[in-house]
Design a protein around this ligand. Structure first.
Ligand SMILES: [Mg+2]
Length: 416
């Protein structure tokens, strides 16, 4: 008799700003369950509805061992497919099934994938600041904690208040020698972003940080898809002297054909793809060697199964992994990332958001980072659990995200 899916619980929690969605598959085998990340924080209610209304009724009673079949069937069984809502719901099921398979085999998921390629995964952390000196000081503070890969931003993604010449509402407070952003009368409140000023200010910041910290630390930067196409080409060229480990999301998914132009113009290493929805979206960028790192948000892609497949495709082309790892990837999702990192022959670097104590208490087994390395444990499955009673004490709040409502100086909407 196969072990089957007896019940599926959808757990939502919010111990921080991010609303997390976790799937718990309960099996017909007494005490055997699995956990998966289904987090799409900005539209979490839609994922919960997709799971409860459509995905859970589909999977109930099915054989837990048939991950491949389940993933491929779930991707097409609604006929209309793709998108962050459905893919995250499918990821919750997919990751939980890998967790269950590992527990049944008494192996960590990295062993099921093919075994360890490395002992631990290099992580990168985020240094920010309102001034170049503050960014440099924060880089040095991370270096003292043992981090060797550090993302440098100034003013978040260049669109926050009182930073780098960018204002919220009419508060045009800026530091000396910065671009001043003049907003129209009656400008709506919110975050504002000036692409040309952003480019100038980031170049000043990177030049200063390099002069302060030297060349031995690996620096990264995330454009967050905010630049238009020709500005993106120019910026990728302009940052070349700073020898970034990678420049992330220089283009939006709508502008992918411009990668070829960027590639012809600069050796800046490029990372792309956290907004992609379907595994096949990577194919032209990989096959034409237009990027250096796949920045997949694993739950957005549908889980471990598609991430494994794209990893192996990229490996043949010398392209490495750099899974998206912000705070709106749940701790379960971070554990899934780590198992892929430990296995992947072409692992590059792992983004790390430094979870707080509540997260470690709520998710026993949450990966630990020491001296810039993230370490797996040797427990079977994903090696992480959830304290559901504690999770219930932190219910999700309903609010409208503000940071994704960014405007250009004249008040028109900008890509977040
Ligand atoms: Mg990013």
């Amino acid at each position: 008799m196969p072990i089957t899916i007896k019940d599926v619980k959808v757990i939502t929690t919010q111990y921080n700003k991010q609303r997390l969605v976790i799937v718990k598959i309960i099996t017909s085998e007494n005490g055997l369950y699995g956990l998966g990340c289904a987090t799409f924080t900005q539209r979490y209610q839609a994922v919960v509805a997709a799971l409860k209304g459509h995905i859970i009724p589909f999977v109930l009673g099915r054989d837990v061992s048939r991950i491949e079949e389940m993933f491929n069937m779930l991707m097409v069984s609604g006929y209309w497919r793709n998108g962050p809502v459905l893919n995250n719901a499918i990821s919750g099921i997919d990751q939980a099934l890998w967790d269950i398979k590992g527990k049944l085999a008494n192996m960590p998921v990295y062993d099921l994938l093919g075994g360890k390629s490395r002992e631990a995964a290099h992580v990168y952390v985020h240094a920010d600041g309102s001034e170049p000196q503050e960014v440099a000081d924060n880089v040095k503070a991370f270096q003292e904690q043992g981090y060797r890969y550090i993302r440098v931003q100034m003013g978040g993604y260049g669109g926050k208040t009182n930073m780098a010449g960018f204002g919220i509402g009419n508060s045009n407070t800026v530091a000396e020698d910065r671009d001043v952003m003049i907003l129209p009368d009656n400008a709506p409140s919110g975050a504002y972003f000036d692409p040309r000023a952003y480019m100038r200010n980031m170049l000043k910041m990177m030049e200063h940080v390099r002069s302060e910290v030297g060349t031995s630390v690996e620096l990264l930067h995330d454009v967050h898809e905010r630049l238009g196409t020709i500005n993106a080409v120019q910026f990728a060229k302009d940052v070349e002297p700073f020898k970034l480990f990678f420049l992330e999301d220089i283009l939006a998914p709508e502008d992918l054909e411009w990668f070829e132009r960027i590639r012809q113009q600069t050796t800046t290493a490029l990372a792309m793809g956290e907004l992609f929805n379907n595994p096949r979206e990577w194919q032209p960028l990989i096959a034409n060697k237009l990027i250096d790192f796949i920045r997949m948000h694993v739950s957005q892609m549908g889980g471990i199964t598609p991430a494994r497949n794209v990893t192996l495709l990229a490996n043949h082309y010398g392209i490495r992994t750099a899974w998206h790892g912000p705070a709106d990837t749940s701790p379960i999702g971070h554990a899934a990332n780590l198992h892929l990192d430990i296995w992947a022959p072409n692992f590059g670097v792992q983004e790390w958001c430094r979870f707080n104590d509540v997260a470690y208490e709520m998710f026993p087994g949450l990966p630990e980072v020491r001296n810039g390395y993230m370490y797996p444990n040797d427990k079977p499955g994903l090696g992480i659990d959830i304290n559901e009673k504690l999770a219930a004490k932190y219910p999700c709040e309903d609010f409208v995200e503000e940071w994704t409502q960014t405007r250009l100086p004249d008040g028109s909407p900008s890509r977040p």
